[in-house]
Write a protein of this length. Structure first.
Lengths: 257, 437
């Protein structure tokens, strides 16, 4: 069933000393795509900085700019409305690059052993679900243990992690088991932090699956960026001059209209 | 020739004075070394060069078409000529470059093709270097010094001039320049090839710049000049892909230019060589180059590859495992003479270990027959001795044409038992003469 979702997404970066020459790339606005139509989306930056829009090689929307003047915070707010409708989807193109390991989804011996030991059902859909159960069985959701540079193999060795780690482990297993699978950054219905899940190519549809929450990622999910893993589609990336410590706070909200 | 040999010491002194050096990292510290010059040139006849240069141009044209294809339509993958996993698993393949057509449609502007001449008189390509091949400056500067020391030699031998390299390079940069100045971008003076970067900037009348001198605003690359900032139209970069833009590649890079990728994606700057070329000079992809020539150009490849086996294919794997003790095994992820193993030098136990590694990771290796390549004479003190040598030929591709530079870097091994000639492994170099008739 089709749904209209209002979203807002706030990120504030605060620096304990002024920074300059701050260049950034954001992927904080959703784009049109299969099952997803953007009705309205706006971005406000504070301090105000001019930015240009591009699309990266995965089709994600980029907002690119720089802030030269000294500043001690950088805040941006994205908001808008998205129509989600997964009925009548099909004929979406598979891509070769989603079948092979990437930097963060390189299997190690332990993940290879796990993939080899699973008795998977016939049929790609059932198989995709069985892999989700395998991840859920072995991982314990624990914030603060892993970080943005943790690989699938490292998180799996810990048995602990957050949505990004669940997604990386899921992708590693899915690709080892012959599925095309990709990483998704975005916002699910609710409030709190942004989320990461996966999409698996099943019968011509990039089908959303959420290994962290143990469910299919349905029409309550808004896709912001896709890629082989987290590094292809972070919502915010920046570099600046100044020996400052950076602190980041995030708040998002998605609700049905 | 004798006259040149008499002047060898003087030329080496001059090279040292000009700062012709390369740097190496040894046990974690950076050392600058002189690159010993041997005065006896390698001589390539006009007839030989005619074939070689056609072969080089053909090969580089095919490699450029391959890069355009894999980052675009992917016909060669769809047609099954190259298995897709050789591209997508290659460490040099950059997904960020998908769908970007560089200015002029050129990916590899400066290609360094490494060849050896077999004792059978046949030239074999050992490896293609399409990322940041170095070395053109050495024969270039040595030639100038030789001509000054011994003008007679060049009056009596019909040697094609090689001193136009700077012009060729500048023309290549100009042909893809999107409007603005030409810049040579160096990681800085602690790079192995820093001498060359500054030399080529001077030869091409470009600006030599480091990361702090360049910035991107509104998807345009600028150079901070003393009299005001100016736009950059072509960036001949001597920095590896992964360090070029911390916002697109390795986030921790301090020597990159933030958002250079945005300027490149927008078509506002030409980057020489383009990003992602590593997908075509991978040792695994090398196997397929003659097939690319046929696929894209409809011609038979003029230059031969060394006979190569891919353990990825079952038939080749069986051959490799049966003949391991006579083959050279190369790790596709390594460069600069590292990761090269001669089966004949391995002990029983090492051979068994290599077998297991190949069986576990067949995609990681290629195996080649050892080519019995020609020895070249060098002077060792006052003795003339024979040593293994290779040739790095330079091929320049602009928006309109591809040309082979009638010279090249001949490197030799100083160790009589070694086949490895890389400068990072302590070899020397010679001038390369191409005769005009």
């Amino acid at each position: 069933m089709s749904r209209a979702l209002d979203f807002s997404y706030d990120i504030t970066l605060t620096f304990d000393k002024p920074v300059v020459r701050h260049s950034f790339v954001l992927r904080c606005l959703p784009g049109d795509g299969p099952g997803q139509q953007v009705v309205r989306a706006t971005l406000a930056l504070d301090p105000d900085a001019p930015y240009t829009e591009q699309r990266d090689s995965f089709g994600n929307r980029l907002q690119i700019g720089r802030l030269d003047a000294p500043h001690t915070h950088f805040h941006y707010r994205a908001e808008g409305t998205v129509l989600r409708d997964d009925r009548d989807r099909g004929g979406e193109a598979d891509r070769g690059i989603f079948r092979y390991p990437s930097a963060f989804t390189q299997p190690d011996e332990a993940l290879r052993r796990l993939a080899g030991s699973l008795s998977l059902p016939e049929g790609p859909r059932a198989r995709a679900w069985a892999l989700l159960e395998a991840v859920q069985d072995r991982m314990h959701y624990t914030p603060g243990v892993t970080g943005v540079t943790t690989t699938a193999a490292q998180a799996y060795a810990l048995g602990l992690g957050v949505c990004q780690d669940y997604a990386h482990i899921y992708l590693t297993l899915a690709r080892l088991c012959g599925l095309s699978a990709r990483y998704v950054n975005g916002l699910p219905e609710g409030e709190g932090a942004s989320h990461a899940w996966c999409e698996v190519w099943l019968d011509g549809v990039w089908t959303g699956i959420d290994p962290t929450r143990g469910r299919w990622a349905d029409e309550g999910y808004i896709r912001f960026g896709v890629g082989r893993d987290f590094t292809d589609c972070p919502m915010e990336r920046g570099v600046f001059l100044g020996g400052a410590n950076q602190c980041q706070t995030v708040f998002m909200k998605v609700s049905q209209q | 020739m004798e006259d040149l040999i008499r002047h060898a010491e003087q030329i080496n002194r001059q090279l040292a004075r000009h700062g012709v050096k390369f740097g190496i990292y040894k046990n974690g510290t950076f050392e600058e070394r002189l690159f010993p010059f041997d005065a006896i040139p390698r001589v390539i006849t006009a007839a030989e060069w005619e074939v070689l240069s056609r072969g080089l141009v053909q090969r580089v044209r095919a490699l450029n078409l391959f890069l355009k294809d894999i980052y675009g339509e992917k016909r060669i993958l769809a047609d099954g000529v190259v298995p897709e996993e050789f591209v997508y698993r290659s460490p040099g393949y950059l997904a960020q470059c998908e769908g970007i057509l560089p200015p002029g449609g050129v990916y590899s502007h400066i290609s360094g093709i490494d060849l050896v001449k077999g004792k059978d008189g046949v030239w074999y390509v050992l490896e293609d270097n399409l990322r940041i091949p170095s070395g053109a400056s050495y024969p270039l500067i040595a030639r100038g010094l030789c001509r000054r020391c011994s003008p007679e030699t060049f009056r009596h031998n019909a040697v094609m001039d090689n001193r136009q390299y700077g012009d060729l390079l500048r023309r290549t940069m100009d042909s893809v320049n999107t409007g603005g100045i030409n810049v040579v971008f160096t990681p800085g003076r602690y790079n192995a090839a820093y001498f060359e970067h500054s030399f080529l900037a001077e030869q091409t009348d470009s600006v030599l710049a480091e990361a702090g001198d360049l910035y991107v605003r509104d998807n345009v690359l600028y150079y901070r000049a003393t009299h005001g900032d100016c736009r950059v139209g072509a960036l001949y970069r001597r920095v590896s892909d992964e360090y070029m833009d911390p916002l697109a590649f390795e986030p921790s890079s301090l020597i990159g230019i933030p958002n250079l990728m945005a300027a490149y994606r927008a078509g506002n700057v030409a980057v020489l060589n383009a990003f992602g070329n590593g997908a075509a000079d991978d040792k695994g992809i090398y196997y397929f180059v003659p097939k690319m020539v046929e696929y894209y150009l409809g011609e038979k490849a003029i230059l031969h590859n060394a006979p190569t086996y891919l353990p990825f294919y079952e038939e080749d794997r069986r051959y490799v495992l049966d003949h391991l003790d006579s083959l050279v095994i190369k790790d596709v992820a390594e460069a600069g003479g590292y990761g090269v193993v001669f089966g004949s030098k391995l002990s029983r136990a090492e051979l068994a270990r290599m077998r297991d590694t190949i069986l576990a990771q067949p995609r990681r290796f290629i195996a080649q027959e050892v080519i019995d390549f020609e020895d070249l004479p060098i002077m060792e003190g006052s003795d003339r001795v024979e040593r293994k040598a290779d040739l790095r030929a330079f091929v320049l591709s602009g928006a309109k044409d591809t040309v082979a530079w009638p010279s090249g870097l001949t490197r030799f091994s100083r160790n009589p038992d070694s086949f490895i000639v890389n400068s990072s492994q302590g070899g020397g170099f010679k001038d390369t003469w191409v005769l005009s008739h």
